[in-house]
Every structure is written in C-alpha cells, then in structure tokens.
Design a protein around this ligand. Structure first.
Ligand SMILES: O=C(CO)[C@@H](O)[C@H](O)COP(=O)(O)O
Length: 217
C-alpha cells in the first residue's frame, strides 16, 4: 500500500537544539524537510533567513522544501536556490505573476510548489496546475505552528484531487497545518499525498516514532 509522504516542519522545534532535531529527522522515515520562511508581512510572524538555512543544509540528509511565506518571493529565488533546495513553494496570493515565478523556480533547477491559504479558492490553479510538482493546501492560517486543523479543507483537497484528474497531471497534494495522528487519516482519505506536520511530531516524546506512525496514515 502507498505510504503517506511526511514532511516534518521544523517551525515548532527548539532552535537551541536544531542540530539534534536534524539528526533525529535524518534517522527517521521523513520524506523531506519542510522549512517555513516568513517575512512578517505576508504572515504576521518572522521565522528565519539565510544563516539558519545554511546551517540546516549542512546537517540535513533529507531533501528540503522551502515554503516561502513572503511577498514577491521572486526577489529571493536565486539566493535560496544556492542552498541546494529540492523544492520551492510560493503562495499564489503573494505573487504578482504566479506563472512567471513558477518558471523561474524551475529554471533554477528546483521543483515548484504553489501554496493556497485556507480562504483562497482553487480556481487560480486551473491554468497552471500542469506545470506544478505540488499544490500545498494550508489547513491553518499560515504564520504559526500549533493551530487547529480547519475541517473545510477536506473538501478543498477533494476539489484539487478532481482537478488533477481532469487535467491529467502529476502534481502532488500536500496539506499543511494542524495535522496529527487523529485527523491525519481523513486528510489522506480526502486525497492528500503528503502531510506537513510540526507540533504533533516535535511535542511527542519520540519524534522518530511519531513520523513512522504518520507514514501509515
Ligand atoms: O506553515 C505552517 C504554519 O504557518 C506549518 O508548516 C506549521 O508549522 C505546521 O505545524 P503544526 O500546525 O503541525 O504545528
């Protein structure tokens, strides 16, 4: 049976022990590392920038997905791509010309993902989904870890799944925010290929085991 792809979000880890956390993730069944970059404008929070990203790259053995919660992310794509990032995910709401940004990401040799805030309808994907490696559906308002999963996103997952089928394309569906072992099964049954999980992994006594359980969703 197909296993769920699991991307631990390091937003809710203790940064004083970032090296230890990365070692745990390296030894786990996690499929990639989800790294949230926030600008304090697109979302009401700041996370981290290039120095931390450099440190992450030195210690992780997992592919890295950068989730850019920043306005006009095209300003930083080249700089980010230098960190051997596997995928860059930008918000449709934050790009003036989404298609151009997706092209730029691909020209830089990275996979391209587009994230949608919970309230954003999926219409904006219709003429671009064929070119995407991934659609990231936010199931919380972006900016903070530890929030409650928004149930209405289950329907949105089904809608994107149907769009992918209609367009006969290969984009994966990633769902991000408030996911745990209790609600995760429903998220996967609705059509998610990948889940981004922060608190439920890093608040547990055994993050490696928590990741293993999520893979069985
Ligand atoms: O992007 C975000 C929040 O903005 C997410 O990646 C969260 O960091 C996931 O953490 P939990 O909701 O699982 O705590």
């Amino acid at each position: 049976m197909k296993k769920t792809l699991v991307a631990p979000s390091i937003l809710s880890t203790d940064f004083a022990f970032l090296g230890n956390t990365l070692t745990i993730i390296n030894k786990s069944a996690a499929d990639w590392l989800h790294v949230d970059i926030m600008d304090g404008l697109f979302v009401p929070n700041l996370s981290f920038g290039m120095p931390i990203l450099k440190a992450i790259q030195q210690y992780t053995s997992k592919p890295v997905e950068l989730h850019l919660m920043i306005v006009q992310p095209e300003r930083y794509l080249e700089t980010f791509a230098r960190f051997q990032i596997q995928q860059i995910t930008v918000h449709a709401e934050a790009c003036l010309h989404l298609h151009r940004v997706v092209q730029q990401i691909k020209e830089l040799g990275c996979k391209a993902g587009v994230a949608l805030n919970p309230h954003t309808p999926i219409d904006c994907l219709e003429y671009i989904i064929q070119e995407l490696d991934m659609v990231c559906l936010m199931s919380v308002n972006p900016g903070f870890g530890g929030q409650r999963f928004m149930l209405q996103i289950l329907d949105k997952i089904r809608q994107v799944k149907a769009l992918i089928k209609t367009k006969k394309c290969a984009a994966l569906i990633e769902v991000d925010g408030g996911i745990n072992k209790t609600n995760g099964g429903e998220v996967v049954r609705a059509g998610a290929d990948a889940v981004v999980v922060g608190s439920s992994i890093f608040d547990s006594d055994n993050p490696r085991e928590a990741i293993r359980h999520l893979k069985e969703l």
